[in-house]
Design a protein around this ligand. Structure first.
Ligand SMILES: *[C@@H]1O[C@H](CO)[C@@H](O)[C@H](O)[C@H]1NC(C)=O
Ligand SMILES: *[C@@H]1O[C@H](CO)[C@@H](O)[C@H](O)[C@H]1NC(C)=O
Ligand SMILES: *[C@@H]1O[C@H](CO)[C@@H](O)[C@H](O)[C@H]1NC(C)=O
Length: 425
């Protein structure tokens, strides 16, 4: 009971009061409407104003909401592509951009009856779903979607009032009839998902599938231990010396990981995750095309890099299991597996940014790096691959250092037990 209460709480705790930390997820609201040199049309650029005020109202309402951050267009040189680059670089999770001339276009559409006026040209939403699909789908999109609806209806209401003041004018009335979309809905949001989370077989590849990587690395201990032990009993061959056994066990385990991680990586390939076709859209600021599969980061080198990430991940996860198995032994080993899975899962499948501060250690936990690296490799995201590999290699190195100590401890413990149960004399 104590174990369940203590260890499972680590998992539940990740989501505790998460609504109060949603404001850690930064969302830019970039107002380019009315930006010089475009906006000097003499009219108040009210579209941008209405939407930025809405964001400020949400922030001051005291209700749980995202971290809206109102930015002026000049910070991005009134260039929408610079905003997209900022989103790609993880400066913010998403951006709502009020395009240059959004208000001027509305006025112009009514003034001239321009039938090609497109409400979706007024604003845009930029985001990257593949960066963290759980964050996006569970926490961000519902709020952003409600925000966009509210912005649209608020701008529409204000604008309809303004236009209808001129409705007595026959020319204006004819223009309204020619471009009804300039009154309703007046504005809309084009959506640019720079890195869609697709195909859906990537769901196991960046989440539950990796739990099996932990479990497989855990079971290699009980599978291979009896085999290693045969080298100790002299049956038609001289027995291994203890240091030789340690080196042999380490090398055999790492070799096993190399092939087990290859098999693990093959599963994703078998289920048609893209590992070979570079996406024709190579620019970081462009939306990748779903029909070409996930946009890989390293061309034909993608699969080897993915394999190596899983290999070093397995070393990091598995050597820790080997060492713990030797120290705590059966049956406590099973409890360590649960602890190991829960601490790794709670800091990698869910965003530490919106978890309680207590979970900061998760940035150094192995699975966090494997998930971040896998997403980067499979979806060509902003890269921290060097850091990811570095953390995994550090785990492997520390556990390699501890390996002989644990082997020695296990031998000492086993010999002591043998003496207890079967006295030598
Ligand atoms: C914005 O509107 C002004 C005035 O109508 C026009 O001169 C300018 O070319 C427009 N800019 C863009 C980017 O559409
Ligand atoms: C009509 O509106 C479209 C889209 O808003 C714009 O690109 C175009 O320049 C406008 N045409 C004229 C003649 O102003
Ligand atoms: C209404 O008409 C006035 C005078 O022609 C014009 O300045 C103004 O821009 C018009 N308002 C709208 C919303 O089109």
């Amino acid at each position: 009971m104590a174990f369940i209460l203590a260890v499972l709480s680590l998992y539940w705790g990740v989501f505790f009061n998460v609504q109060n930390r949603l404001h850690h997820l930064l969302v830019y609201v970039v107002d380019m409407d009315g930006a010089t040199p475009f906006g000097n049309t003499g009219n108040q650029p009210f579209v941008g104003q209405t939407i930025t005020q809405l964001a400020e109202k949400q922030l001051s309402s005291g209700m749980p909401t995202l971290g809206w951050s109102v930015r002026s267009g000049s910070e991005f040189n009134n260039d929408v592509l610079e905003v997209r680059q900022a989103i790609y670089n993880w400066d913010a999770w998403a951006a709502i951009v009020i395009n240059p001339n959004a208000t001027a276009m509305l006025y112009q559409a009514i003034a001239t009856g321009n039938t090609s006026y497109d409400p979706l040209g007024a604003c845009q939403l930029v985001y990257q779903e593949a960066r963290d699909n759980t964050n996006w789908q569970s926490f961000m999109f519902p709020i952003i979607s409600a925000f966009m609806t509210q912005a649209q209806s608020q701008v529409g209401k204000t604008w309809a009032q303004m236009v209808l003041q001129n409705a007595s004018d026959a020319g204006t009335l004819a223009n309204i009839q020619a471009v009804p979309q300039a009154v309703n809905p007046a504005i809309g949001f084009s959506e640019f998902n720079l890195r869609p989370f697709f195909p859906y077989t990537s769901i196991p590849a960046v989440s539950i599938g990796l739990i099996y990587l932990i479990i497989i690395s855990f079971f290699s201990f009980s599978f291979y231990m009896p085999i290693h032990m045969q080298y100790l009993s002299p049956k038609g061959h001289p027995p291994l010396k203890f240091p030789q056994l340690i080196v042999w066990r380490w090398a055999a385990t790492i070799t096993a990981y190399l092939f087990l991680s290859l098999a693990y990586s093959f599963v994703s390939m078998a289920f048609q995750l893209n590992f070979t076709t570079s996406n024709p859209v190579t620019s970081e600021t462009q939306v990748t095309m779903m029909e070409h599969g996930n946009p890989i980061a390293y061309g034909h080198g993608t699969f080897p890099v993915y394999w190596m990430l899983n290999f070093f991940g397995m070393i990091a996860l598995g050597l820790a299991c080997e060492n713990m198995a030797m120290v705590v032994g059966q049956p406590w080993m099973g409890l360590f597996l649960i602890f190991w899975v829960i601490t790794n899962v709670s800091t990698s499948f869910y965003d530490i940014e919106i978890a309680p501060d207590f979970y900061r250690w998760g940035y150094a936990w192995p699975l966090h790096s494997i998930v971040e690296g896998s997403r980067q490799i499979l979806f060509d995201l902003h890269s921290r691959i060097g850091l990811d590999f570095g953390i995994l290699i550090a785990w492997g190195a520390v556990n390699t250092g501890l390996f002989p100590v644990c082997c020695w401890f296990q031998r000492w413990k086993t010999q002591r037990e043998v003496h207890e149960y079967w006295p030598m004399n």
